[in-house]
Design a protein around this ligand. Structure first.
Ligand SMILES: [Zn+2]
Length: 228
């Protein structure tokens, strides 16, 4: 297992991100503060597109949220790093049940996590993602249903808001071509005398694979085929 001294650059930035929304409360005047998963994922996404995280990528993932099933651009590398930070006891996770009986995760940096030194340059870069560029207050992540599912970052102090593209799924163009194994199959519309079997393409462009069930020893023996 890795030690806290071996944290990667991205793990340090991630730890700093969570720490800014964490508080280990001591009493009612100093309450516990946790960062909800949706907000964390949104800040991570913003950090990727603004190139603060250098080793993370993202891909669309369907997530069951309090607001129903939605697609988010989620970074699997960051999710893995959250697991690593938890295993190192630098971040802890709280599971909550929402009013609609959905499970929500929230994260907080531990006492041990707060002691990790973060390079100032990383803090500066991450602050540009999580703080308002007008008044430097921490941003909060909000969801609105109309006109369509939308996640935005807002500053409560100056009421400014920026839309996040975390729910904007990019079109990825795929190109593909059919692959037919050359052996032992042959594309054959009429003949059925191939040694092992043949492919048949019908009018509906459905490909059927026929395998010879039994090898014939002579021409008189009936042919047996089975559809694969
Ligand atoms: Zn502000």
């Amino acid at each position: 297992m890795m030690s806290p001294l071996e944290l990667t650059d991205d793990q340090k930035k991630l730890l700093y991100l969570i720490s800014q929304f964490s508080n280990i409360g001591r009493n009612l005047e100093d309450p516990d503060v946790w960062l909800k998963e949706l907000a964390l994922r949104t800040f991570i996404f913003q950090g990727i597109i603004d190139q603060v995280f250098t080793g993370y990528d993202y891909a669309p993932l369907s997530v069951d949220t309090v607001n129903g099933r939605m697609f988010f651009n989620i970074s699997q590398e960051a999710e893995d790093d959250i697991v690593d930070l938890r295993q190192l006891d630098l971040v802890e996770c709280l599971k909550l049940i929402s009013q609609s009986s959905k499970m929500i995760s929230a994260y907080r940096v531990t006492k041990k996590g707060f002691k990790i030194g973060i390079p100032e340059e990383y803090m500066r870069k991450m602050d540009k993602i999580i703080r308002c560029n007008q008044c430097n207050e921490l941003l909060s992540v909000r969801y609105e249903k109309n006109p369509q599912d939308n996640i935005y970052l807002m500053c409560k102090s100056c009421n400014s808001r920026t839309d996040s593209d975390i729910t904007t799924i990019e079109d990825i163009s795929y190109s593909s071509k059919p692959y037919f194994p050359k052996f032992p199959f042959y594309i054959n519309y009429a003949r059925r005398d191939e040694k092992y079997g043949y492919l048949q393409i019908d009018d509906k462009k459905t490909i059927k694979i026929f395998l010879r069930a039994k090898e014939r020893n002579d021409d008189k023996e009936p042919e047996e085929w089975r559809l694969q």
